[in-house]
Design a protein around this ligand. Structure first.
Ligand code: 5GP
Ligand code: ZN
Length: 117
């Protein structure tokens, strides 16, 4: 299977510039944009440019892109002035995944409790 783009996928469309997104950071393999329904002062989604449905599929198919998601997430947190932040991959509908293009949530700027509920 190819993982280049899914014409029905919202995040593929944001990566392609076909749907607007407030992009805050880009790298060779990733794009980071603000969540449309932010849950914290910083709530950014970091996605691979290529379409993989979840983090495990990305790690198996393109480990360099998976690593780049993490370095991009840290760069976003630093750029927004946060030493403390949370990174989340929701995987599967039962865990809250609603968009089936891998995305790493970067949450910061308020107290973040644990466990998350
Ligand atoms: P999930 O629930 O799959 O882990 O996260 C999907 C995230 O995508 C949600 O936090 C949701 O607010 C965000 N989202 C959904 N549609 C859009 C959109 O059109 N633009 C942006 N920027 N974020 C979106
Ligand atoms: Zn996609």
């Amino acid at each position: 299977a190819t993982h280049q783009s899914d014409p029905a996928c919202l995040f593929c469309k944001i990566v392609a510039g076909e749907v607007p997104g407030e992009v805050v950071h880009v790298t060779e393999r990733t794009v980071a944009f603000r969540d449309i329904n932010g849950q914290a002062p910083t709530h950014v989604l970091v996605v691979p440019r290529a379409h993989y449905e979840n983090a495990a599929a990305l790690a198996a198919g393109d480990p360099e892109a998976a690593a780049e998601l993490l370095t991009s997430a840290a760069a976003v947190a630093t750029a927004e002035g946060h030493d403390d932040y949370r990174l989340v991959f929701n995987t599967g509908a039962g865990a809250g995944q609603t968009v089936f293009h891998t995305h790493l949530h970067v949450l910061a700027g308020r107290a973040l409790t644990w466990p998350p509920g």
